[in-house]
Design a protein. Structure first.
Length: 275
């Protein structure tokens, strides 16, 4: 059989009339595990072509090409695997990466930035003081169960689980980076959390003396799909809904008391979310 000739069993040299069929079988075998056989036939064919081309040329160049072709043919015929242990036809397993498992998951190398803007018919001080008390934020973000203010700069956030199990509810701790009265708030997560992120709230006068322009920026270190899986809302939806509810509450006068809110804060540069 042709397959026996290709594997060289019994030391038999392939017959001329089986050369083409054997070559086809050799390359087919390389794709299904007989990689070395395909490499041997490739060396023999390439050596033959190189030798013929060398004989057609004169001088030292032709002689060297013919000699190289003969050597390549002989290496293939003797099973020396001139192309190495791995066949050129061997393809990587396309499903091999799936076996790496969750341990190899990495946080997004490029942070996903989301920004929403709204104009509110109110002064910046009223808006700033309401947001500054993070305990008010569950009124603006339904995906939050509560926010516990721990100090003037630290708070603990508890989200609502997007699944039926309350034990899977995400939580994280935040630290204020910068507090510019009536202008800017920035904060970021610290410690272990499934949702590492940083955020800022920027206030500026709206054009035409129409109130205050409010800009909320969220920068997550995980893909938006993971945020949605844990909170039930994408970062874009989270930012837009928070500002929409803020506008409604401020303009209709439905503000909660801001008494006993934490005061002070740092004024250092905005820091990246801690891994």
């Amino acid at each position: 059989m042709a397959s026996n000739s290709l594997t060289g069993r019994g030391g038999r040299w392939p017959q001329p009339d089986s050369f083409l069929s054997g070559l086809g079988a050799g390359f087919a075998g390389a794709g299904s595990g007989d990689a070395a056989t395909g490499g041997r036939w490739l060396a023999m064919v390439g050596g033959t072509a190189l030798g013929v081309l060398g004989l057609q040329r004169s001088g030292w160049g032709g002689a060297m090409m013919a000699l190289g072709g003969a050597g390549l043919f002989a290496a293939g015929a003797l099973g020396l695997r001139p192309f190495g242990e791995r066949s050129l036809g061997t393809a990587p397993n396309p499903g091999a990466w799936r076996h790496q498992g969750p341990a190899t998951r990495r946080r997004s190398l490029t942070p996903e930035r989301t920004q929403a803007v709204v104009t509110i018919a109110s002064d910046a001080g009223t808006i700033f003081r309401f947001w500054r008390n993070f305990a008010n934020l569950p009124k603006l973000m339904p995906q939050l169960e509560r926010v516990d203010v721990l100090s003037a700069t630290e708070s603990r956030w508890l989200g609502k689980s997007a699944t039926a199990s309350a034990n899977e509810a995400p939580s994280w701790r935040c630290v204020l980076d910068r507090v510019d009265e009536d202008r800017l708030l920035t904060w970021h997560t610290v410690g272990e959390t499934a949702l590492p992120h940083r955020a800022s709230l920027m206030l500026s006068p709206a054009p035409g003396d129409r109130g205050t322009e409010v800009r909320l920026t969220l920068v997550y270190r995980v893909p938006a799909t993971e945020v949605a899986a844990l909170l039930g809302v994408t970062p874009a939806g989270q930012a837009e809904e928070a500002l929409r509810r803020l506008k409604q509450r401020v303009e209709t006068g439905e503000l909660s008391t801001i008494e006993r809110q934490p005061r002070g804060g740092t004024s250092g540069p905005f820091r990246e979310a801690t891994e």
